[in-house]
Design a protein around this ligand. Structure first.
Ligand code: HEC
Ligand code: HEC
Length: 409
């Protein structure tokens, strides 16, 4: 279904209203400014209704009152007490965000150059990357140790900062102290909670819900607090896994790899539909997009391949759509980690925000579907074909300013 769609001027009026002082299509380069989520406001069709536009302006004020600014972040009142006080501490936010006039780690370590000051995924160097740096605001994260719909653990973020994300531009931060890493992790969580709260405010405005704003915020924070409870421990199988075989069990491992190979191309796991036979990344399914792109294109009836059609939304912050290809497993960029348990979780849970599905597990040992051992055979197969690429590298040189590119396509 195609929407009767907006002209440039209604989009522009939204920008003007929300920015007041800054003209339409002008990049925001203020160092101390959280960019409002114009794109999501537009997805919610807020530009088409004056009352909603007022709500947008109000939400912008509330955001500043509760979360502060990039160089003076605040913890909202409702999140200062247990259990929320474990999400981010004031000292950590200060270390990451810096103080007025002196940038903190989030800027000097170049997080802002890629992820943007607001965590909107559009820093100065973001446009040339594939995949794009994560937009933290929807609260969707890919490489975590719990199910697809759960929030990641802080330890997942620590691992990603320490090890980078192989085959993407996300670097390795191996020179920072543990305290510095924890400060950056807290700040990423802060930006995500902030961004998701802003989206909830806009959604409420669009639906003319006048609910309790504090509850809106604690509902989001609860999911971060509950992330630990969502983790499951899985037993390793009775047969050996790649890396732990001995001369005596080598044959058993070879059998498991062979089973994994058959499952990979078989009808139930159907991995090869996307990843291609042999895991080279060339399957039969058509190229797809990630959920960040689909939200403001396909989901509202716009064709991500038609630049003319989507240009007004790109002007509001939509990144030029890029296909998200099934990974070449052979190249071995296993971003969620190379431990068999990491791969097991990846196959079992899928990758949030991407077309990589969760495995269809059988309800019992009699039912059709994959059995837990089948997933381990797949793990062995994946590890048997994945090369070991060189590790990601640290960022080129410390940045001194991290203003974010906005609005211009
Ligand atoms: C040179 C660009 C670049 C820099 C610098 C950078 N990142 Fe990233 N980051 C990326 C990219 C690209 C991705 C997404 C990779 C993907 O989708 O596979 C990413 C992903 C992430 C994720 C999401 C992981 C997930 O599971 O979804 C977090 C959190 C993150 N980065 C935090 C940071 C922090 C904190 C810093 C600074 C210490 C930082 N990044 C610096 C490019 C960068
Ligand atoms: C509908 C298409 C699709 C199917 C089916 C699919 N995948 Fe994927 N897979 C993807 C995409 C797309 C990515 C890359 C996601 C990204 O980069 O955000 C991916 C990534 C991966 C990765 C990389 C994980 C990492 O840590 O970086 C592995 C391993 C993988 N898939 C294994 C499998 C296995 C095994 C199966 C079958 C059980 C399977 N996939 C089924 C689309 C698919």
């Amino acid at each position: 279904m195609k929407m009767s769609f907006r002209n440039g001027s209604s989009v522009c009026s939204l920008v003007i209203i929300a920015l007041s002082a800054i003209g339409c299509r002008e990049p925001i380069r203020e160092a101390n400014h959280h960019e409002p989520n114009f794109l999501f406001a537009e997805v919610m069709k807020i530009s088409q209704d004056t009352e909603m536009q007022t709500a947008l302006v109000e939400s912008k004020d509330l955001m500043k009152e509760w979360f502060g600014t990039p160089d003076a972040p605040k913890i909202p009142e409702a999140l200062r007490e247990a259990p929320y006080d474990e999400l981010f501490t004031e000292a950590n936010l200060k270390l990451a965000a810096g103080e007025p006039g002196s940038p903190g780690l989030y800027v000097t370590q170049q997080c802002a150059s890629c992820h943007g000051l607001t965590g909107q995924g559009r820093g100065l160097v973001a446009a040339s990357q594939n995949p794009y740096p994560r937009d933290f605001r929807p609260g969707w994260f890919k490489y975590k140790s719990n199910p697809r719909s759960a929030k990641p653990l802080k330890s997942d973020f620590v691992r990603i900062l320490r090890k980078g994300l192989s085959g993407s531009q996300m670097p390795i931060f191996d020179k920072l102290s543990d305290d510095e890493i924890h400060a950056l992790v807290d700040y990423a969580v802060f930006l995500s909670v902030r961004g998701e709260f802003e989206r909830s405010l806009l959604q409420d405005a669009a639906m003319e819900n006048d609910g309790d704003k504090e509850e809106l915020l604690t509902n989001i924070a609860d999911r971060w607090v509950d992330a630990n409870d969502a983790t499951e421990e899985f037993e390793r199988p009775a047969f050996p896994l790649v890396g732990s075989e001995t001369p005596e069990t080598a044959e058993q491992l070879a059998e498991s790899i062979q089973k994994g190979k058959e499952l990979f191309v078989g009808p139930i796991a159907a991995c090869s539909q996307c990843h291609g036979e042999g895991g080279t990344g060339a399957g039969t399914k058509l190229p797809d997009y990630d959920d960040w792109t689909k939200e403001w294109t396909a989901k509202i009836g716009l064709n991500p391949d038609n630049i003319d059609e989507i240009a007004p939304l790109m002007a509001l912050g939509g990144m030029k759509p890029q296909h998200l290809k099934p990974r070449s497993i052979v190249e071995g960029h296993l971003r969620g980690g190379r431990d068999p348990m990491d791969i097991y979780r990846r196959i079992r849970y899928g990758i949030a925000g991407s077309p990589m599905p969760a495995a269809s597990l059988a309800a019992s040992s009699q039912d059709t579907g994959l059995q837990p051992d089948d997933l381990w055979h797949l793990v062995n197969y994946v590890l048997s074909i994945a090369q070991v690429p060189p590790p990601p590298i640290p960022p080129a040189s410390p940045a001194t300013s991290g203003d974010s590119v906005a609005i211009s396509p």
